[in-house]
Design a protein around this ligand. Structure first.
Ligand SMILES: Nc1ncnc2c1ncn2[C@@H]1O[C@H](COP(=O)(O)OP(=O)(O)OP(=O)(O)O)[C@@H](O)[C@H]1O
Length: 327
């Protein structure tokens, strides 16, 4: 594992971040009249709609499970403190991916969550983690891995209203200069760090059973859940995606809940995830274009039509179902 791990970079520049944006195909123009076509009379450009939008493609059964969701956060069995944290954020209803993911995450299922950027994946992860944490046990129970230090800051600031709703749950955002302290620190239940930092910790501390630094206060033996948020940004090429799965995931205990979230499809990663002892289900919300990213290797969960969202109230950047053109 060692030599491969050294290849990892801690930070990915934010400019490499891939987002899936709505694109409209520009009509091709040519001065020369093509055989069999009529010449278009010259004149002012208009905003005329040329083609009607294609009809949405409905899910095909095959390896797809159509699930019902919860139309309200309050129906999900969440702790009252978490519900008030959600209220503080000003969110009234769960998004599609939140309806799909939260109920399964709180049952400690390993999942690969794939839905477009800004669909509410990160918040689904945070809510579920807070629900699962045993606040009375002051040792690391969840590790959240991100790709850049900036993401650590963003995550801590952005979701602070929810994170601070349960004061007994403490989250350590591990910046490089705090790494030394980390080995002496106790009392945190959530570890938030970059993929590279986590690999370093594994390298220097060994895996769970032979955790040499245990006596110094670090205790990863209670780690029950490993989360990779925005996993597509780790690296998009085949080698790195396979390396990720090979180096980290395959070396972890089989009963550890492994949750990955991605805005786009990384086929190599999905193949790698299937090699795990407890392969994750693939989650997708009700995008009309979801069929594009269906694969035959994973169980696909989709949301029944009546639970999909056209719009959400008080959204700060949430991308509506109607905006989904590419996945
Ligand atoms: N249930 C909701 N209702 C309204 N807005 C929401 C809801 N959940 C999340 N949002 C908003 O949507 C935006 C994106 O949320 P989040 O970061 O969780 O999405 P994401 O899918 O993880 O995005 P990315 O793929 O870019 O990481 C945030 O601004 C958040 O406030």
């Amino acid at each position: 594992m060692g030599s491969k791990l050294s290849k990892w970079q801690d930070a990915q520049p934010s400019t490499t971040r891939r987002t899936v944006a709505k694109t409209e195909k520009e009509p091709e123009c040519s001065d020369a009249a093509m055989p069999g076509t009529e010449k278009v009379p010259e004149g002012p450009l208009t905003n005329k709609i040329v083609e009607a939008a294609p009809a949405p493609i409905e899910p095909k059964p095959q390896n797809t499970l159509v699930e019902t969701g919860f139309k309200a956060f309050s129906a999900m069995g969440l702790k009252p403190e978490i519900l008030s944290g959600i209220e503080k954020l000003g969110l009234s209803e769960p998004s599609e991916i939140q309806q799909l993911a939260i109920p399964q995450l709180v049952q400690r299922k390993s999942l690969h969550i794939r839905h477009i950027s800004k669909s509410g994946k990160s918040l689904a992860l945070i809510i579920s983690i807070l629900q699962l944490i045993d606040a009375g046990n002051p040792s690391y129970q969840v590790a959240i891995l991100v790709n850049t230090r900036e993401q650590i800051t963003q995550l801590l600031q952005y979701w602070n209203p929810v994170l601070s709703c349960i004061p007994d749950v403490r989250i350590l955002g591990l910046y490089p200069n705090k790494l030394r302290d980390f080995f002496k620190t106790t009392g945190y239940q959530i570890l938030l760090c970059t993929v590279g930092r986590f690999q370093y910790i594994l390298q220097t501390g060994g895996l769970f059973d032979s955790w040499e630094l245990h006596d110094m206060g670090v205790n990863l033996k209670d780690l029950r859940c490993l989360v990779f948020d925005d996993i597509e940004h780790v690296d998009m090429n085949t080698e790195r995606a396979e390396e990720l799965v090979g180096d980290i995931l395959e070396s972890l205990p089989a009963d550890l809940q492994v949750v990955t979230a991605s805005a786009i499809r990384v086929p190599e990663l999905e193949k790698g995830l299937m090699k795990l002892g407890n392969p994750p289900a693939l989650l997708l919300a009700g995008s009309p274009h979801y069929e594009k990213c269906m694969d035959q290797t994973m169980q696909v969960h989709v949301l029944a039509k009546e639970f999909r969202r056209d719009r959400l109230i008080k959204s700060k950047g949430y991308r509506f179902g109607a905006d989904i053109d590419e996945v």
